[in-house]
Design a binder for this molecule. Structure first.
Ligand code: ZN
Length: 145
């Protein structure tokens, strides 16, 4: 089975091709990317090819997401108390998924990819980034089999 570096490399190739196509279409219809889209694109490019392995307790993406959740919780505790609950729910969800969902089960299905990409599109308020997330996560499942 491919390791996380292979998933990331393959995912980035497909995502960047998708991004180039989407950028061409957006430039053709004269839509300029928003600051929000530019802010979110790098994390989505990196996370999406790895996100299906969130169901493994020792995967790289599980470690990274738990670390990001803890750092986010620490920052929220001091500066943005209203986000503390979000980070607590995030950390709990990542922990439960990584420990109790069987590996290569639901998170390696088309349903998870659909939910993930719709969530990314809604969170970033950008359907383009949702499509890039979909391609990245789909590349993971494609080379995992
Ligand atoms: Zn996998």
């Amino acid at each position: 089975m491919p390791d996380w570096k292979t998933h990331l490399k393959v995912g980035l190739v497909f995502e960047i091709i998708t991004l180039i196509i989407i950028s061409g279409v957006l430039l053709y219809i004269k839509k300029i990317p928003t600051v929000t889209e530019l802010f979110y694109i790098i994390p989505i490019l990196v996370v999406s090819p790895l996100i299906p392995d969130i169901d493994h307790p020792t995967s790289k993406i599980t470690d990274v997401l738990l670390l990001c959740g803890l750092v986010g919780l620490w920052i929220a505790y001091f500066f943005m108390q209203n986000l503390s609950m979000f980070f607590m729910v995030f950390i709990t969800a990542v922990f439960i998924i990584s420990r109790f969902i069987p590996h290569r089960g639901f998170t390696h299905s088309i349903w998870f990819i659909m939910i993930y990409s719709i969530g990314v599109g809604l969170l970033t308020t950008s359907p383009s980034i949702g499509i890039v997330g979909l391609v990245g996560a789909a590349s993971h499942i494609h080379i995992d089999k």
